[in-house]
Design a protein around this ligand. Structure first.
Ligand code: ADP
Ligand code: ASP
Ligand code: MG
Length: 871
């Protein structure tokens, strides 16, 4: 079977590394066999398979090496697990494993076990990989593959230790040589089998014993072999299909990073992305060997490629988190203007063989961090360190901390986009901020407990702010959730319908810029909300779009209309014939008192939100029925912009003053029949709704006369391809639960955007197409005066070339307007057909909410037109 390799024409090698989960199931070994064979055949190459221990085994061996009291039981359990797996692989258990298991058991009786010498610990740790590779080799041979087994210690050699290396790292976290001798090459090339399997994680110590590459080090073994063999490629096969923009198990919205250069990959790995061992990149980079990260369970997925030719793209690529970080804070008055203090303290770290990761300095304080993956930072080591440092300064050890790192090119030029990130961290106690000198990372050190749940929030903030350029198709791929079928793409918008598109083109031919609203879409959204049984009363917040046809359509669907000014009330009464004023909800903020008076006189249902207004104008309110808006003090959480509650918000009565309000109202014979709070935008978390409703219900009971609880609006719509449609079912289920808990109260809602945003498009003519310094721009006859959301909120609206809707959207364009403001930009970068030209009709999507209603005549440009399609 074995073709005898010709030493004179050196073989090309491909190295495949399979991690713990990849070697723990029989069907994955079938995949390993298939892949090894296929890679060899397709590339006319020989294949070296490097394997980890079965998953969880190294943890057990570490406990044994650390002298766990129940080591004998643990060894027996490990032996049993491997026997069972051998049986599952249909192997002769004794023949294949007998010798290996005796070696494992023998280590407990070894004289070195008593003092747990480091060389003994290394041998203990090595058993996992020796066992898994032995099982795998036997299984693959039984499947007919020409698979040779090698002891990695005969091929990987630990480099001589550095002078200050700790004894621990000299044995259990070693580096290996990457320059093969001629003899090495010769010996390797003459291995008889075409396919070879060996262990990750282990190498030969200078003294001939075993040395370990550090936890997770099998990746690095593969990289060393790749470099030594000058391999064509090193593939790291694991349980995720690549390196993601965050740990996908923690951040389901994390994106696949399809292509990275060595430096960014290195930074992501070093700062905590466990998917690749931090030391595995350099050997490949130095030898120019490309790497790939792939998923053993889903081998067809493309994964992440790492090489030296990836085009650098500025922006944050990933956030990672490292736990177990130790901070050493050193305080000394003597440090002030004192030469040599730093040198003295660092000498102590050096003496203890501890390598420092991050450093922060202040006038009288130096704080450094120690990374547990690079150092043995157990309590003994830290106590010894503290004792020595205490001779120089006051020492405080802060544990456990988490280091959260943003990685990407050009961090410095991104700082202005990180305001939401700063705001997020602003809520935690940040012990240290550190920026790497290579401009590739920015790290925050906080308490480990505070880091829980933070990564998803940060990841979203990075995307929203544009700091993480997920639209860069060359780097960012699918999100993890999408791969797992947990992403609901938004449906194709209405204007893709041929009839509607023709209607739009006809309207655009008449005049542009013009808004066009599709009433069928408005009605569809209205009916979706009507289908939610728990809701008793629905209002439409007309500030989003007050076009009469829309008001009439929603009135016909049974919606009340929510107004925020007397002007809006009058507009409703004028636009919707016969509309009962009692179906209007008036929710003003700091409006002139006369507006309240007129509203009462018209018979409009009015909301108030202060005690002062009652005290100052008692006659306006005496004997009236009103709704009360309360500020629950803790609106949407992580950013000032989305926080609708609390001291800094102008809306709502403070909960501290509810009793005072009740007393004042009672004296005026005022009856509070409704309670309202606005909860912020885009909340689809049932728990949140229930909590807010519970609180409002508590106040409602105190007030006594309340019939309706108005939970506001804030339902989101999917503006970009990356957004999912709002989870209406989840929302409905949450409301139903609330209704069960508090059946006494009617539930009211008052959405705006949800009902109308998707119904509206802004049509504009392309006026000019201009290229400047490599940037292509298409100018429209609509500007920020027609649609201000992109300029005001950095809001994303999809843009399409309606005249060329069927052409491929292949080129990036900036889309701009004619206003003399640098913020007159609808999109910095959107894909449009290459043929896009002046005269084309361009469509700005999802502009039905806060489009026309916020338009102005700035620059004395006329207001856009408005049209309605109702078919
Ligand atoms: P193996 O046993 O195959 O070496 P590891 O458990 O060492 O696998 O590494 C894979 C794990 O790395 C994934 O299951 C994932 O949870 C974790 N991980 C952490 N950060 C990232 C990231 N940025 N991208 C992908 N995976 C990550
Ligand atoms: N088995 C070792 C560990 O779990 C090495 C590896 O899997 O990469 O740390
Ligand atoms: Mg690993």
């Amino acid at each position: 079977m074995s073709a005898s390799p010709a030493v004179s024409s050196p073989d090309r090698w491909i190295v495949l590394k399979f991690g713990g989960t990849s070697v723990s199931r029989r069907h994955r070994w079938d995949t390993i066999g298939k892949l090894a064979k296929k890679r060899g055949d397709d590339n006319d190459a020989r294949v070296l398979v490097v394997v980890s221990a079965l998953s969880g085994v190294t943890n057990e061996l570490t406990a044994i090496a650390d002298g766990a009291v129940d080591s004998a039981r643990r060894v027996e359990a490990l032996a049993q697990r491997h026997r069972e797996f051998a049986a599952e692989l249909d192997l002769d258990v004794e023949a294949v494993l007998g010798a290996r298991l005796s070696a494992l058991q023998g280590l407990l009786a070894d004289p070195r076990a008593r003092s747990r010498t480091l060389d003994w610990q290394a041998e203990v740790l090595a058993q996992g990989e020796l066992l898994s590779s032995t099982l795998g080799a036997a299984y693959l041979r039984a499947q007919g593959l020409d698979m040779g087994w090698m002891d990695a210690r005969e091929w990987l050699h630990a480099v001589p230790p550095a002078p200050n290396q700790s004894e621990w790292s000299k044995r259990l976290s070693v580096n290996c040589t990457t320059a093969p001798s001629a003899e090495w090459r010769q010996r390797f090339a003459t291995q008889p089998s075409r396919l070879l399997i060996t262990q990750g994680f282990i190498s030969r110590h200078q003294d001939g014993g075993t040395a370990i590459l550090g936890r997770g080090g099998s990746d690095t073994s593969a990289a060393y072999f790749g470099a030594l063999l000058g391999a064509k490629r090193v593939e790291i096969w694991t349980d995720v299909p690549g390196m993601f923009s965050a740990n996908p198990k923690e951040v389901p919205d994390a994106r696949l990073l399809t292509r990275l250069d060595y430096y960014e990959a290195q930074e992501i790995a070093t700062t905590g992305a466990k998917v690749l061992h931090p030391r595995s990149i350099k050997p490949c980079r130095d030898a120019g060997v490309p790497m790939a990260i792939l998923d053993t369970e889903r081998p067809e997925l493309p994964g992440t490629s790492i090489d030296g030719n990836a085009e650098p793209v500025p922006g944050v690529k990933a956030i990672s988190r490292r736990n177990g970080i130790v901070l050493v804070s050193m305080e000394s008055m003597a440090m002030w203007q004192q030469a040599g203090f730093l040198s003295d303290v660092f000498e102590v770290f050096k003496r203890h063989g501890l390598s420092v990761d991050l450093i922060g300095t202040a006038e009288t304080n130096v704080t450094v961090s120690l990374d547990p993956s690079e150092n043995l930072v157990n309590t003994d080591a830290l106590a010894a360190l503290s004792e020595d440092l205490a001779r120089l300064c006051r020492v405080k050890i802060i544990v456990p901390c988490a280091a959260i790192t943003l990685v990407g090119r050009g961090m410095r030029s991104l700082l202005h986009k990180l305001s939401e990130v700063w705001a997020t961290f602003g809520q935690e106690r940040v012990h240290m901020i550190s920026q790497s000198s290579n401009d590739l990372n920015l790290t925050f050190v906080i308490d480990e407990a505070d880091a829980d749940g933070l990564l998803p929030v940060l990841h979203e903030a990075l995307i929203d702010s544009g700091a993480m350029p997920v639209y860069e198709g060359g780097v960012f791929g699918v999100r993890w959730r999408e791969l797992n079928g947990q992403f609901r793409p938004r449906p194709l918008p209405w204007w893709h319908d041929a009839g509607k598109r023709d209607a739009l083109l006809r309207l655009a031919a008449k005049s542009t810029p013009t808004y066009v609203y599709d009433l069928a879409t408005v009605r569809e959204r209205a009916r979706q909300l009507k289908a939610i049984a728990a809701i008793d009363q629905r209002y439409y917040a007309i500030k989003a779009n007050s076009h009469p046809a829309i008001l009439r359509a929603l009135a016909e669907e049974g919606f009340g209309l929510e107004c925020v000014s007397l002007g809006e009330i009058r507009h409703v009464l004028a636009s919707v014939p016969g509309f009962a004023p009692s179906r209007i909800l008036f929710t003003p903020s700091f409006a002139p008192p006369d507006e309240y008076r007129q509203a009462f006189e018209l018979g409009v249902n009015t909301t108030i939100d202060s005690v002062e207004i009652l005290q100052r104008w008692p006659e306006v309110f005496r004997g009236r029925r009103v709704w009360l808006r309360i500020d629950l003090g803790h609106g949407g959480g992580h950013h000032a912009k989305v926080n609708t509650g609390g001291k800094h918000s102008k809306f709502g009565l403070s909960v501290q003053r509810v009793d005072e309000f009740i007393d004042t109202a009672r004296a005026l014979g005022l009856t509070v029949t409704g309670l309202h709070a606005h909860m912020g935008s885009g909340i689809d978390n049932r728990e949140h709704w229930r909590m807010m409703f519970d609180e409002l219900a508590g106040f409602a009971r105190r007030i006594g006369s309340v019939e309706t609880i108005d939970i506001g609006g804030g339902l989101p719509i999917p503006y970009s391809e990356d957004d999912e449609p709002f989870d209406l079912e989840g929302y409905a289920a949450g409301l139903a639960e609330m209704k069960q808990v508090h059946p006494a109260f009617r539930i009211a809602i008052e959405p705006g955007r949800f009902l109308v945003a998707e119904s509206g498009v802004l049509l504009a003519d392309a006026t000019q197409v201009i290229e400047k310094d490599g940037v292509r721009r298409v100018g429209l006859d609509a500007g920020m005066n027609a649609l201000i959301r992109p300029a005001l909120y950095d809001a994303w609206h999809d843009i399409a070339n309606l005249s060329r809707l069927d052409e491929v959207r292949e080129l990036d364009f900036g889309v701009v307007g004619p206003i003399c403001e640098s913020s007159d930009v609808f999109a910095q970068r959107v894909k449009l057909p290459a043929t896009t030209a002046p005269g084309d009709v361009m469509l700005i999507a999802d502009a039905g909410a806060y489009g026309f209603s916020m338009a102005s005549t700035y620059n004395l440009r006329a207001l856009p037109g408005e049209e309605v399609i109702d078919v």
